[in-house]
Design a protein around this ligand. Sequence first.
Ligand code: ADP
Ligand code: MG
Length: 292
Amino acid sequence: MAENTIERIEEKKDKIIAKNIRRVYQIKATENNAGHEFEAIKELNLVVKQGELLAIVGPSGCGKSTFLDMLAGLEKPTSGEIFMDDKKITGPALDRGIVLQGYALFPWRTVRKNVEFGLEIKKIPEKERYAISERYIDLVGLSKFADRYPYELSGGMKQRVAIARALAYDPDVLLMDEPFAAVDAQTRESLQEELLRIWEKTKKTIVFVTHGIDEAVFLADRVAVMTANPGTVKEIVTIDLPRPRDGIRSSAEFGWVRHKIWQLLQNDTESAVKEGIGNTDVAGSIAPTASL
Ligand code: ADP
Ligand code: MG
């Protein structure tokens, strides 16, 4: 792997291109409010490079999940288009694996059977399925738990199963929506390290949505900073920190990049408040070290 993140990214081809995305929700009338349109996302443009780990960071409600759902093909933009490998995304497909915040495992299936789910859909024969699930269960360090049911696992273990399940059917792209938000801080850090290890092994393209600045900086090659009202990508910050990143959180460079992203989000909130369209909850919740 090249030392320099910027050079490495520039060499890669465009994997996903989102062009001028807009998403409007129709808000239904209630007794007290007239129905109206709500513009959740506006003029969102983004290119994800082949093999990169791109994080999308932004305050709650800025449209991160809406956008990720569009990449997954679960949501449609009101206008604009998204292309993957030059083909327009029109619906979900097995070329994109999804890992969500909730663990979303099938409670009636063991770890192994959860991991084999996508392989069953792909009609892969049983023996081969077993070999593949064995490999990915091992990759996420759960070999001893293959025959357990989700209720017998900790939150961190469940999230490892979700990652193994998404990887097992070998999608080109892994889409992750705040996948580690529900686990404790220590488990989160070990899952982040594990994700980087898996990423380096599998060379997948990963789009990782988070509201944690630290998490984005620790993981990503580039961080797309989103702002709200309406949601858009304000800036893309290249994270030119060396890999492997073990122990990097305490470095001055890490602190500097984190602060830069924090400022981007902070400035936006301040200007929005001045214009009278701000959300003071967002302003109050932004802290450089904590989650947004
Ligand atoms: P994030 O993931 O960044 O927290 P979301 O993508 O979930 O934000 O939501 C973006 C905005 O769109 C929010 O203001 C949310 O309330 C609104 N929104 C999301 N889904 C719907 C929906 N089905 N109907 C109306 N508004 C929605
Ligand atoms: Mg969300």
